[in-house]
Design a protein around this ligand. Structure first.
Ligand code: HAM
Length: 423
């Protein structure tokens, strides 16, 4: 019986894994150079870690289950809440800001489609302990440099949920209703925003101001918001956003101001940003990165700890990362024991171990004939075969065969290493 993969999951074949490793290493290197340290959290958590902020409705979008001990668990749908839980439990005393990065799989029970999976990977970073414009700008610039290291061109949109939240708070709209409005804005459902606000008795003036805010885009949006009195000139959110934009200029990061970004997750309190791929290769799922400032630590039993972070959709990046930026494949060497008695095998294993210090090295594990081993070497596109027979052992040498030219010569293992290296 053929067993299919679970819906929304993927297998990664060696070529794809090579590409993903290269990407992962480049992004890791950038994060480390910016002073971030890697952490890892469990694949599953107590489900309440994710429902505390977002409510039970979020369970619909998660893989959640009871374990044999009756505990309510969930496969992580994202990594920010786990990272902050870990911070509260283990890292509270670390110097602030605490700067971490992570790479891990996440699970969301969504309708699978192109670039949207039920198991996907995120590469992300968090500055725990600051949501100041300096931290916001650093996080955005870090994301920007990660993309640069992959040669991916993209468009960055920056907003601030504080502007909308401030406006709703001033009109005495409650927290739950505000979260609801944010989610509708995030989905781009403008009619539903108006309908919902009408439903809770909001004044026309408030509704008009919100719709205006959501529509404001481009560098002049802030000036416009102030001039049209949509945002008060004493707004903290506005001042913060202005300072952030100035620091982004210092970093040389280009952006589009977009006050309509609301983000799907409930925990954002300030700056929010999204990065979209340009070129249409991802179809509708073109958001490759999302992030912003948030407060979660107090909710998980810690002190109030403003934080800022982002996460890349790694699979989406992998789909647009161009293979020509990949390293050339490394040279393969095959050690061939001729007539596999014990002595020949013993010597071959020793020689393979030596060669593995320098090159990807293969050795026969199927007790095959010389010609079958040579055919295998050709099939995997090996560059050299190192033949080991009784005569070679007697002379303390090996026979190095260049598989492209067919030329061969006896030499010591050390010479063999030098010869292959020189090649
Ligand atoms: P998010 O926008 O929900 O934010 O996810 C981050 C990225 O993960 C998205 O921009 C997208 O590229 C990718 N992604 C999301 N869902 C899927 C899916 N089903 N299949 C493939 N890729 C997907 C967060 O998760 C926040 N924790 C980011 C953050 C970190 N905010 C502050 N710190």
């Amino acid at each position: 019986m053929r067993i299919e993969r679970a819906r929304g999951t993927r297998d990664f074949l060696p070529e794809e894994m090579k590409k993903r490793r290269i990407m992962e290493e480049r992004m890791r290197e950038i994060a480390e150079r910016w002073g971030y340290e890697e952490i890892r959290t469990p694949t599953f958590e107590l489900a309440e870690l994710f429902t505390l902020k977002s409510g039970e409705a979020i369970l619909e979008e998660m893989y959640e289950f009871k374990d044999k001990g009756g505990r309510h668990l969930a496969l992580r749908p994202e990594l920010t809440a786990p990272v902050i839980r870990m911070y509260v439990n283990e890292l509270k005393m670390a110097p602030k800001p605490t700067k971490v990065y992570y790479f891990g799989n996440c699970f969301r029970y969504e309708e699978p489609q192109r670039a949207r999976y039920r198991e996907f990977w995120q590469f992300g970073a968090e500055i725990i302990g600051s949501d100041r414009p300096e931290a916001q700008a650093e996080i955005i610039a870090l994301a920007f440099y990660c993309l640069k290291s992959l040669g991916i061109k993209a468009e960055l949109h920056v907003g601030h949920v504080g502007l909308i939240r401030e406006r709703l708070r001033a009109a005495n709209v409650g927290n739950d209703e505000t979260n609801r409005v944010m989610r509708l804005i995030d989905k781009g459902e403008r009619e539903s925003v108006i309908e919902f606000l009408n439903g809770i008795g909001a004044k026309k003036e408030l509704i008009d101001a919100l719709i205006c805010l959501v529509d404001l885009k481009g560098r002049d949006a802030l000036k416009e918001a102030r001039e049209r009195n949509i945002v008060g000139s004493d707004s903290d959110a506005l001042k913060e956003l202005e300072m952030l934009l100035e620091i982004l200029d210092y970093y040389g990061v280009q952006f589009t101001l977009n006050l309509g970004i609301a983000r799907g997750l409930d925990y954002y309190t300030g700056m929010v940003f999204e990065i979209y791929e340009v070129g249409g290769r991802l179809g509708a799922q073109n958001q490759i990165c999302g992030g912003g400032s948030y407060q979660l630590a107090a909710l998980f039993g810690g002190d109030d700890t403003p934080s800022t972070g982002f996460a890349f959709g790694f699979d989406r990046l992998a789909e647009i990362f161009l293979p020509e930026t990949m390293h050339p494949e490394s040279m393969k060497v095959v050690v061939i024991p001729i007539r596999g008695d014990r002595d020949v095998m013993k010597e071959s294993v020793k020689i393979a171990s030596k060669l593995r210090e320098f090159f990807p090295t293969y050795i026969d594990v199927m007790s095959r004939s010389l010609s079958a081993q040579l055919s295998y070497a050709a099939a995997i596109h090996a560059s050299f075969a190192v033949l080991v027979g009784k005569n070679e052992i007697k002379e303390g040498k090996v026979t190095l065969r260049n598989l492209n030219t067919g030329e061969q010569e006896k030499m010591s293992v050390e010479e063999c290493v030098e010869r292959i290296k020189a090649f």
